[in-house]
Design a protein around this ligand. Structure first.
Ligand code: NAD
Length: 255
């Protein structure tokens, strides 16, 4: 395989990789030959993902990393970089859903938690990974935002604000780190079938998807992982600061 189009030997870190899109990304990266750090705030699911990959003869290790804890991020990212002997790709994926009406008593707490987990975590992971990325031949950062960064749903303002922040952080760091050849891109998934959307009844999912997406269906976690992979390839060397919807045409559709 052409080295430009391969992750063989690349060292990758994925946050929130015990479930959903993070898990699909860790699996795809390992299948494509990367050494993958499967991280999550709960160790057991991350370990299960890594063990399955190792059983298949692939290269993966699990770490507990709670992205709401800045000290844990700094320590664990350094540990991973040292254990792997470097880092080439960082995927900021961990997330929570956080609905709250603006006048709810819980609003302040939901806002703080959303900003911490969905936005501050991204800059903390990136800052911790930078010393390792700077030594990579093809350093790549992918931030997972949401179509909620581009449009909005009522009662979802903490989430929308945090995700819109991720797009701004992506562009700013793309500009700042571009001179070092480090690319920083952002994916905005639309409605994807994961644990995060498992509470939505199937009937509601189908109605929503038929009314709002061009492809008339929810997406699968692997369909997002394939875009993440593409952005992390050495060949993706001239794509940076991009904010890319992977949304079945949700943002394109007016009627
Ligand atoms: P998911 O619930 O399946 O996975 C989220 C993962 O993040 C879980 O493994 C969870 O344990 C982990 N996590 C939560 N809090 C954490 C913390 N403090 N530290 C470390 N890990 C933590 O959900 P998903 O749909 O795969 O979500 C992945 C990303 O995609 C999130 O950033 C989410 O906001 C975003 N997203 C999801 C959808 C969707 O429709 N599912 C749409 C747009 C964006």
């Amino acid at each position: 395989m052409n080295a430009l189009r391969s992750l063989k030997g690349a060292k990758a870190l994925v946050t929130g990789a015990g479930s959903g899109m993070g898990r699909a990304t860790a699996e795809l990266f390992a299948q494509e030959g990367a050494m993958v750090a499967v991280t999550d705030h709960v160790l057991a699911p991350a370990e299960a993902v890594a063990a399955t990959l190792r059983d298949a003869g692939l290269d993966a290790r699990a770490w507990k990393m709670d992205v709401s804890d800045g000290e844990e991020i700094a320590r664990v990212v350094r540990e991973i970089g040292e254990a792997f002997g470097g880092l080439d790709a960082v995927v900021n994926n961990a997330g929570i859903s956080a609905f709250s009406p603006i006048d709810s008593d819980a609003y302040e707490a939901v806002w703080e938690r959303s900003l911490t987990v969905l936005l501050s975590a991204h800059h903390r992971v990136i800052r911790a990974a930078l010393p390792f990325l700077r030594r990579s031949q093809a350093p790549r950062i992918v931030n997972i935002a949401s179509t909620e960064a581009l449009g909005a749903t009522a009662q979802d303002s903490p989430y929308c604000a945090a995700k819109a922040g991720v797009t701004g952080l992506t562009r700013a760091l793309a500009v700042e780190l571009g001179r070092e050849g480090i690319t920083v891109n952002c994916i905005c998934p639309g409605p994807i079938d994961t644990a995060m959307t498992a509470g939505v009844p199937d009937e509601h999912k189908q109605t929503f998807a038929r009314r709002r997406t061009a492809l008339l269906r929810y997406g699968r976690p692997e369909e997002v992982a394939h875009m993440t992979l593409s952005l992390c390839l050495p060949a993706a060397s001239y794509i940076t600061g991009a904010v890319i919807p992977v949304d079945g045409g949700l943002m394109a559709r007016n009627a």
